[in-house]
Write a protein of this length. Structure first.
Length: 308
């Protein structure tokens, strides 16, 4: 994987608050190349590494942050997509190929957490987050069954694309959000009173959604809300993360868009490729790692990322 030299990023500043979050002298580092659809990054503090998905190449990649060495962690990897960590530091992954959400134990044993709802196979779990109570929430659009490019072509057995919750005690699965076209990325607010979910339904419906919605959560269940929090300025929001101040950093066609907690677009970090997902990492969680089309990028910020 040839890697280009660091270069100066381009920032679009929409709000003066953005100046406090970026270092104009920071370099954009191109850490890896050669992917066919880079997605789903997760930072592992235990060994200062980053895992991400090369979805269409059916492999999981690994970056040793200290040395910069890039290796293939798993191949094949069941067309994996989104990743996160649970409260014990175990990797939780979405797999298009098996149409399931899985967890990797510390010893590497793979455990299936969900592959069906009401007796029907899931579509193709896309992104995932673990709440403080241990519940696993995930989105289930059809991208992995729409063609053989990111999984295996098949008809949806459920007939809709929903957001689900896996109960941490008994493993039961509930459909918490059922009115989205293609739910994609998701993340909780800092106090977990809100769940943000991106809808990339414009990929399947003319003039369809390309926005981020906010839902009210009470006692770990969606109870109300669903209003549009932000609409992507260009393309669609895919994956996104929060920083420790509650700002949302969301991927898009131009790069990474930063939104203040009040919904104001603060600014954009421009990338030379379409950004699909991102995660904060490094020992101080100030490094923003970004997966974009064929590549993995990083840049230092002046904010601190929320712990995943």
């Amino acid at each position: 994987m040839p890697v280009r030299a660091p270069f100066d990023p381009t920032y679009d500043v929409a709000d003066a608050r953005f100046h406090d979050l970026i270092d104009p002298d920071a370099k954009l580092h191109h850490l890896a190349d050669g992917c066919t659809w880079a997605e789903g990054p997760v930072y592992l503090a235990a060994d200062d590494s980053l895992l991400w998905s090369d979805v269409r190449s059916n492999r999981r990649m690994r970056l040793d942050v200290a040395s910069g060495e890039v290796t293939v962690a798993d191949e094949p990897a069941n067309f994996c997509n989104g990743h996160t960590l649970d409260r014990l530091g175990r990797v939780v992954a979405c797999e298009h190929g098996t149409r399931s959400v899985v967890r990797f134990e510390i010893d590497g044993v793979r455990v299936v957490l969900a592959d069906r709802f009401d007796g029907k196979r899931l579509n193709s779990p896309n992104d995932v987050v673990v709440a403080s109570d241990g519940a696993v929430w995930f989105t289930d659009p059809t991208y992995g069954i729409d063609s053989d490019a990111e999984g295996f072509r098949a008809q949806s057995e459920i007939g809709s694309s929903n957001v689900y919750r896996i109960d941490p005690l008994d493993g039961s699965i509930t459909a918490e959000i059922t009115d989205m076209v293609r739910p994609n990325g998701l993340a909780f607010s800092l106090d977990e009173s809100s769940l943000f979910v991106s809808d990339t339904g414009v990929s399947h419906v003319e003039d369809g959604p390309r926005h981020l919605r906010r839902f009210d959560v009470d006692r770990c269940r969606v109870v109300s809300g669903g209003e549009v929090f932000a609409t992507c300025p260009d393309g669609v929001f895919d994956g996104f993360r929060l920083d420790a101040a509650g700002r949302i950093w969301a991927s898009g066609r131009r790069g990474v868009h930063c939104y203040e907690p009040d919904g104001t677009l603060s600014g954009t970090i421009r990338l030379p490729e379409v950004c699909a997902n991102l995660v904060f990492g490094g020992s101080d969680r100030r490094t923003l790692f970004m997966t974009a089309n064929t590549s993995l990028y990083s840049i230092r910020t002046r904010t601190v990322g929320r712990e995943v």
